[in-house]
Design a protein around this ligand. Structure first.
Ligand SMILES: Cc1cc2nc3c(=O)[nH]c(=O)nc-3n(C[C@H](O)[C@H](O)[C@H](O)COP(=O)(O)OP(=O)(O)OC[C@H]3O[C@@H](n4cnc5c(N)ncnc54)[C@H](O)[C@@H]3O)c2cc1C
Length: 407
C-alpha cells in the first residue's frame, strides 16, 4: 500500500504563488459588486469590466483558493453522460441549448486566454467518458448519438489507451485542460485597477437587494447597482442560504497525484463504481497523474480510506509508486442536473447567483458569467431560461435531493 503525504494540499495551490490584494477598509461605489473570488466570480468580473462597468470582487480568503484551487482542470462540454438524460428529462430543445452554450464556452475561454496572454497551461485535448461494463454499451451508444446529433464533436469508441479493457466510451474531441488557479489569478490582475477592485480577506456579511444595492464586510460597504453572489451556495442574504438547500446539495471529492512515466494523453472519467477521473498533467519537468473520485455528501465515510483507494488504483493500473499530493474539495450538485444561474428569487431586484455547478464549474463559470453579464446589461440571453433558479419547485425537489445525496 502506497504511503500518503502527511497533509492535504492541492497541487495547484502548492505550485503557484498566492495573490496579495488589499482588504476592503472603506466605503466604495461601483456598478456591480461580486461576492466570491473563485472562477465564477472572477469570470463575471472580467466580462462586466470588458463591457465598461466598474466592478468590485470581495473574496473572504485569497482568490482561487476555494473549490477552484482544488479542482481537476478539465474544461469540457461533456459532463459525464448528460445529453441523453437531458433529452429524457428536459426535452431536445434544452439539451441542444446546453450543448451549444457549453461548447461555445470552451471557445470563449480559449479566446480570452490567448487575447489576454494568461499563462495557465491551457491545452486542447480529447475527453472520454468510459465504462468497463458491457451492460452499459447501449447507453453509451445513445449518448454518443445524442451528442453528435447536436453538432458536438462526439463519437462512440471501444479502444482507449487505458491499461484495462474498456467496453464502451464516448469521446469529445478538442476539449481543454488548464491550471484554473493561474487562470483566475490572470483574470484578477486584469480586473483590478481603473476604478474596479479585487479585495481579499474581505468577507461579505450583509447583502441589501435595493436601489442602491449594498454589500457589507466588517470594515467597509460596497454600494452598487447589482450584486452577484458567486460563493457556491449563496452566502447571503440569510434566507437564500437556507432555501437553496432544497435545490442543491454538497458533494465532496478526493484527488491524489503522483509522478507518472506513461505516455497517456487525454482526459477520462467513468460512471462505474471503482473507476475514476484521470488527468495527466505536465508539472514542470515531470508528469503527474491525477486520479479523482470517491464522491460523497460531506460528513460520510473515512477520508483516509478513500485516499488509499485512489492511490491503490494509481499504483495498480498506472504504476504510480509515490503519491506527492492528496486533497479534497466540495462542489454543489443540482437535483435536476442543470446549474442554477440568475436572479436569486423571482422577486429579487438586483441580486444574482451562480451555483450548483455539479463539478463541471470550469466551463460552467463561463456560461454563468455570460448569462449574468447579459441579464445585468438588460440584454436577451437565449440560454438564461434553462438555468433560471425559478424553474425549481422545492416541494417536488426535496425527495430527489435526498435520494441523489444518498445513492
Ligand atoms: C474534486 C473536484 C474536482 C473538480 N474537477 C473539475 C473539472 O475537472 N472540471 C470542471 O469543469 N469542474 C470541476 N470541478 C468543479 C469546479 O472546480 C467548481 O465548480 C468551480 O471551481 C467552482 O467555482 P466557484 O467560483 O463557484 O467556487 P469557488 O472556487 O469555491 O469560489 C467561491 C469563493 O467564494 C468565497 N466566499 C465564500 N463565502 C464568501 C463570502 N461570504 N464573502 C466573500 N467570499 C466568499 C470562497 O472563499 C471562495 O474562494 C471539480 C470539483 C471538485 C470538488
Amino acid at each position: 500500500m502506497l504511503e500518503l503525504p502527511d497533509s492535504e494540499k492541492s497541487y495547484w495551490l502548492d505550485a503557484a504563488r498566492s495573490t496579495l490584494y488589499p482588504e476592503l477598509t472603506e466605503d466604495i461605489e461601483v456598478d456591480v459588486v461580486i461576492a466570491g473570488g473563485g472562477i465564477a466570480g472572477l469570470t463575471c468580473a472580467y466580462l462586466l469590466k470588458q463591457s465598461g462597468l466598474k466592478v468590485a470582487v470581495l473574496e473572504k480568503n485569497t482568490i482561487g483558493s476555494g473549490t477552484t484551487g482544488g479542482t481537476t482542470g478539465k474544461v469540457s462540454s461533456q459532463h459525464g453522460l448528460i445529453y441523453d438524460e437531458l433529452i429524457a428529462n428536459h426535452g431536445k430543445e434544452t439539451a441542444k441549448l446546453y450543448a451549444d452554450v457549453y461548447q461555445s464556452a470552451i471557445e470563449r475561454m480559449d479566446q480570452i486566454i490567448k487575447k489576454e496572454k494568461i499563462s495557465c497551461e491551457w491545452e486542447r485535448d480529447d475527453n472520454f467518458v468510459y465504462t468497463v461494463s458491457p451492460d452499459k454499451i447501449r447507453q453509451f451508444k445513445a449518448e454518443a448519438k445524442a451528442a453528435a446529433g447536436f453538432g458536438l464533436p462526439a463519437s462512440f469508441e471501444t479502444k482507449l489507451p487505458l491499461p484495462f479493457k474498456v467496453a464502451a466510451a464516448v469521446k469529445f474531441a478538442n476539449q481543454a485542460k488548464f491550471n484554473a488557479y493561474k487562470y483566475v489569478q490572470g483574470l484578477a490582475a486584469i480586473v483590478h485597477g481603473g476604478g474596479s477592485y479585487v479585495f481579499e480577506h474581505s468577507n461579505a456579511i450583509w447583502f441589501h437587494d435595493g436601489k442602491p444595492a449594498k454589500v457589507k464586510t466588517k470594515e467597509g460597504t460596497v454600494t452598487a447597482k447589482d450584486i452577484i453572489v458567486a460563493t457556491k451556495v449563496p452566502a447571503g442574504p440569510m434566507m437564500a442560504r437556507g432555501t437553496y438547500c432544497v435545490i442543491e446539495y454538497p458533494h465532496t471529492s478526493y484527488l491524489v497525484a503522483g509522478p507518472f512515466e506513461g505516455a497517456l494523453k487525454g482526459m477520462y472519467i467513468s460512471p462505474d463504481k471503482n473507476h475514476y477521473s484521470l488527468l495527466p498533467v505536465n508539472a514542470g519537468r515531470k508528469k503527474l497523474l491525477f486520479i479523482g473520485g470517491e464522491n460523497h455528501i460531506p460528513g460520510l465515510g473515512n477520508a483516509t480510506e478513500r485516499y488509499h483507494k485512489l492511490a491503490d488504483y494509481a499504483e495498480k493500473y498506472f504504476g504510480v509508486s509515490d503519491i506527492e499530493y492528496r486533497w479534497r474539495a466540495m462542489d454543489y450538485m443540482a437535483y435536476d442536473s442543470l446549474p442554477v444561474i440568475g436572479k436569486v428569487y423571482p422577486w429579487s431586484r438586483h441580486l444574482y447567483a451562480a451555483t450548483a455547478f455539479k463539478k463541471w464549474g470550469l466551463s460552467t463559470s463561463m456560461v454563468a458569467a455570460s448569462i449574468l453579464h447579459d441579464l445585468i446589461l438588460g440584454r436577451q440571453n437565449k440560454y438564461a431560461g434553462i438555468f433560471t433558479p425559478h424553474r425549481i419547485k422545492p416541494i417536488l425537489s426535496i425527495p430527489k435531493v435526498i435520494a441523489s445525496s444518498l445513492f
